[in-house]
Every structure is written in structure tokens, then in C-alpha cells.
Design a protein around this ligand. Structure first.
Ligand SMILES: *[C@@H]1O[C@H](CO)[C@@H](O)[C@H](O)[C@H]1NC(C)=O
Ligand SMILES: *[C@@H]1O[C@H](CO)[C@@H](O)[C@H](O)[C@H]1NC(C)=O
Ligand SMILES: *[C@@H]1O[C@H](CO)[C@@H](O)[C@H](O)[C@H]1NC(C)=O
Length: 511
């Protein structure tokens, strides 16, 4: 064996044993490297990292000779580190291939190091690629409507046209006045997912100490309206009052008359979303976590008109003073009537802040997280350290809201973002709301609203049990296969699995 660089100091024999020892250590290095890469903790896929891990102390050698030899090897590794590996050549794909390769061809130290580097880099690429494939798969699961939920909508729509009981007025005529009665507790939900809506409404009514005061306003889109209406007509939760509204019934809200909404719907990106072209413009060689968030930003959910509806609450409910707005991926576990007693001190939006908290991942969101501060428009107007708050469970003072121009600010910024080809922010309806509600937010106690159940497997079930409202924000919705199994029961216990429609669509209780 010819190891030129080291030849002056060592016999071939010493070198042979050193290389052999290194060879035994390599598999562990690969495992460590792969684990690091998978966890995304730090990118330990370079020779640098290998060099750090193979320090002399780690090798457990004390002899002068071998320390010198290792130093010499470092030097070579370091030289090779900055070298570009040629694409054309074929490199070993596994450790055993590498070993036999080495035995057969009697490499010099430099070639040894180059081949080692090439092999590590290849493996790193493989790990990244499979991680991306996993993310992509998850994304498609998360954005496609599960067959069972689609089935539920179709069957209930059918029921609406064939069964007069499914079409009966909601609520009954003698209860209509309660819809604008400010002594009741008004909840608003905007969704096209009937199963999710049934869980939210059921959980609110079951947790309420005074369900007779609960009034639910469920807003949905035109295609879901008949099914949604049929569901709540056939499954009333009296004494609570439930109303179903379709956005096509809001005659003041014509797309033509509201340029922003039209622009949102027409935005060319939207076409891609609906045609499933989720990968255009994303770069598969980037960090998987960044890639995931970009994919999420392309979900149809984030561009749907239904999702922007909440900015019209004062117009939709002209007679109401206060409403609680819930997302469709929450479960309510405590009586929420004390929310109406919170003094918002003149502010509009009672919300949980998400920039501080024990969970450093879910609860570490400032404006920096949501906005592109490289953009001058953002850098000029916003403070990157300002605390963000959460949608999902908010109490809105509509009277205070009516005295502001929150909606105009919101629509202005949505338009600006579209004009700048969506470079101000990526993700959905929260960023423009963060701007529009600036100065109008009253922080409420974090125990009211626990976030992160859809992207944080580590969520502690004890805290989940105690929270007033739990929120499955993130991809892993409890109604999807990819939902976290230990968190699903908090949601599924509000699903009526004996219901005929649920059963006929094969929505089964998880075992
Ligand atoms: C993709 O990302 C990698 C790493 O961040 C970068 O080197 C490369 O230039 C990017 N490619 C494109 C087309 O943006
Ligand atoms: C952020 O804004 C800058 C300046 O307009 C732009 O060049 C960049 O592409 C934006 N970044 C993203 C992620 O949109
Ligand atoms: C479940 O649905 C069935 C009708 O499909 C109804 O008879 C039953 O009372 C419901 N159970 C609960 C707990 O709501």
C-alpha cells in the first residue's frame, strides 16, 4: 500500500492497521450522520464532521506514532474536503463495497479520502431524498379530501334533495330571534368539512354549562351548503341553536364588487394548487422543513375564500356585539362562557399570544416567523420581534371592530402581497390579520387555547386534557390517516360512529 503523505513517518504495517481501525469505525459514523440529518439538528454530512467525530481521543490511541498518523490523515481529509467530487466516476454505494474496493485497488491516502467523501455525500443525498419523498407524500395526504369525508358530503347532499326533514328551516321559525340576541353566546365556524364541523359544534355544546344559551353560526360554501344543512337538520343538538349559512347567500359579497377576493380567486398560483402542481417553484435540494412549509403554503385551504370570510364578521352579523370564532380543527373541552366576561379594554380581538411558552417550537412565533423582512415594504412597516397571536379561538368585539378600518387594512395588504407576487408572506390568512389587527389585540390567558396538535407529536396528553380548547393546527389533522394516534381520541370521542351516514361512508372508529 502506498500512502505517500505518511511514508516518511510510518511503516506500511502501522498504516494498514490504522486504516483498518478507521474502517471499523466508519459504520458508526454513518449511523450518526444519518440520524443527525434525519432529525435536521445539524448538517453533519461533511468530512469536517467526520474529522470532529474521529478525534484522537475518540479513537482511544495514546501512542505517539498513531497520533501523528491520525493528524496526517486529518490533513488529507481537510485537503479533500474542499475538493469537488467529479460526477462522472462511480463511487461505492455501501460500506462493504467500499471495503472490497479498497482491498482490490490499493488506494493511496488521498484517493481513499476522496472515495470516502463521495460515499458519505451520496448517502446524505439519499437520506435527504427519502425525507423529501416522505414530506411530499404527507403533503398530498394532508391536502386531498379523504374519500370518506367526500362521501359524507355527497350522501348528505343527496338527502337534502330527497328528504324534506333534511331541508327544514334552521333554526325553527319561533327561535329565529335568538340568532341576533346578544344575551346568548354566539359561536362562528367557517368550513366545508361536515365531519369537522360536527365535532366542533358537538364539543362546544357538550362542554357548555348552559347549552340553551349557545348559538352556532356555521358558514360554508355553495357546494357544501345542502350537505351541511342536512347534517344539522337531522342531528340537532338542542337546546343549542344552530344556523347554517352559505357564502353564496351573502348578496353584498359579490366577487365582482370586491376586487381583492376576485384577485385571490384568480391568482395564477391558485390554478396550480387546484391542478395539483404543488412542486413548481419549490427546490428539492433545500432543507426539508423549509420545503414542507412551502408546500403547506400551497394548500388550497390557504387560498380559499371561506378562509378569508372571518374578516367580514361585522358585516355578516350586523346585530351582534361579541362572537367567538372557531377554526374547524379545534375541540372545545371546557365551558367557554367566561370568554364573554373578559374585559377586552376596548380592543377588538381577544387572542392567545404565541411568542412565549414552554413549548419552544409551537410557541416561538414572532412577526419574523411570518413575514419576509428582506422585502422593503415589510421591513419599513413591521417590527420582526413583535409577538404573533393565534387564530383558531378568538373572541371578537364586533362593536369595537366596527369603529376601525381593520378590514380595509387587511384587504389592502392581501392586495399588496398579490401585487408583489406573494413575496411579502407565504402562509394564508394570519399574516394580513397580524398587520390589520395591530393595536387591537387583547392577549388572553394561554390556557384558553392550546396549539400544535397537528404538527407536534410530542404534545403532552396531560396538558391536552386540561386545555379549554385544543387546536390541531398543522398538517396532521385528526380526521386523516396521518393524524397522531395518541391525540386522535380527543377528537374522535365527539364523532357519532353509530350515525347512519357516518357508518355508510365507512368512517370507522379507530381501534
Ligand atoms: C436550490 O437550493 C440549493 C441549496 O439551497 C441551491 O444551491 C440551489 O442553487 C437552488 N436551486 C435553485 C434552482 O434555486
Ligand atoms: C423577500 O423579498 C425579497 C425582496 O423583494 C425577494 O427578493 C425575495 O424573493 C423574497 N423572499 C421570498 C421567500 O419570497
Ligand atoms: C348518533 O346518531 C344516531 C342516529 O343516526 C342517534 O340516534 C344517536 O342518538 C346519536 N348519538 C349521539 C350520542 O348523539
Amino acid at each position: 500500500m502506498k500512502v505517500k503523505a505518511a511514508a516518511r513517518y510510518f511503516s506500511n504495517r502501522t498504516i494498514f492497521y490504522t486504516v483498518l481501525a478507521l474502517a471499523f469505525l466508519l459504520p458508526f459514523v454513518f449511523i450518526l450522520t444519518a440520524v443527525d440529518t434525519l432529525e435536521g439538528v445539524n448538517d453533519c454530512s461533511s468530512l469536517d464532521c467526520l474529522r470532529r467525530r474521529l478525534g484522537p481521543r475518540f479513537l482511544g490511541w495514546s501512542g505517539d506514532d498513531s497520533t501523528k498518523l491520525v493528524k496526517e490523515l486529518y490533513k488529507i481529509l481537510e485537503q479533500v474536503n474542499s475538493l469537488e467530487i467529479p460526477d462522472s466516476e462511480k463511487f461505492p454505494e455501501s460500506f462493504s463495497e467500499f471495503l472490497s474496493d479498497m482491498k482490490d485497488k490499493e488506494y493511496d491516502a488521498k484517493t481513499f479520502a476522496i472515495r470516502l467523501k463521495a460515499m458519505i455525500e451520496n448517502m446524505d443525498k439519499e437520506v435527504k431524498r427519502s425525507r423529501l419523498a416522505e414530506q411530499l407524500h404527507k403533503h398530498f395526504v394532508a391536502t386531498s379530501i379523504p374519500k370518506a369525508i367526500h362521501c359524507l358530503t355527497l350522501r348528505l347532499t343527496d338527502e337534502y334533495s330527497s328528504n324534506s326533514r333534511a331541508r327544514k328551516q334552521l333554526p325553527a321559525p319561533e327561535l329565529l330571534s335568538l340568532l341576533s340576541d346578544n344575551s346568548c353566546h354566539h359561536f362562528v365556524l367557517a368550513t366545508d368539512n361536515i365531519l369537522a364541523a360536527s365535532v366542533v359544534v358537538t364539543s362546544v355544546v357538550r362542554s357548555s354549562l348552559n347549552p340553551g344559551r349557545v348559538v352556532f353560526h356555521v358558514i360554508t360554501d355553495k357546494k357544501t351548503y345542502p350537505g351541511m344543512h342536512a347534517w344539522f337538520a337531522l342531528n340537532p343538538l338542542s337546546p343549542a341553536i344552530i344556523e347554517v349559512k352559505g357564502i353564496h347567500q351573502f348578496h353584498w359579497l359579490r366577487r365582482e364588487s370586491i376586487p381583492v377576493l376576485k384577485a385571490i380567486a384568480n391568482y395564477h398560483g391558485v390554478r396550480n394548487h387546484y391542478h395539483g402542481n404543488h412542486i413548481v417553484g419549490t427546490n428539492v435540494s433545500e432543507n426539508p422543513r423549509v420545503f414542507t412549509s412551502k408546500l403547506q403554503a400551497r394548500s388550497p385551504k390557504y387560498v380559499s375564500l371561506l378562509n378569508h370570510m372571518r374578516i367580514y364578521l361585522p358585516e355578516i352579523f350586523p346585530n351582534l356585539n361579541k362572537v367567538v370564532f372557531l377554526d374547524d380543527d379545534v375541540v372545545v373541552q371546557r365551558d367557554l362562557s367566561p370568554l364573554w366576561l373578559i374585559d377586552l379594554s376596548g380592543k377588538v380581538n381577544g387572542a392567545v399570544e404565541i411568542c412565549k411558552g414552554e413549548d419552544t417550537w409551537v410557541m416561538a412565533k414572532s412577526f419574523r416567523t411570518y413575514f419576509n423582512f428582506s422585502h422593503p415594504l415589510i421591513a419599513d412597516k413591521l417590527d420582526p420581534d413583535e409577538c404573533a397571536w393565534a387564530y383558531g379561538m378568538n373572541i371578537f368585539d364586533l362593536n369595537a371592530w366596527r369603529k376601525t378600518n381593520i378590514r380595509e387594512t387587511y384587504l389592502f395588504w392581501v392586495m399588496e402581497n398579490l401585487k408583489s407576487s406573494v413575496t411579502l408572506w407565504k402562509l394564508g390568512t394570519l399574516p394580513p390579520a397580524l398587520i390589520a389587527f395591530r393595536g387591537y389585540v387583547h392577549p388572553i390567558d394561554p390556557s384558553w387555547h392550546m396549539l400544535g396538535l397537528g404538527y407536534q407529536e410530542m404534545t403532552d396528553t396531560d396538558s391536552v386534557r386540561k386545555a379549554a380548547v385544543i387546536h390541531y393546527n398543522g398538517q396532521c389533522k385528526p380526521w386523516l390517516e396521518i393524524g397522531y394516534k395518541h391525540l386522535q381520541p380527543f377528537w374522535t370521542r365527539h364523532v357519532n360512529y353509530t350515525n347512519d351516514f357516518i357508518r355508510s361512508c365507512r368512517i370507522l372508529e379507530p381501534q
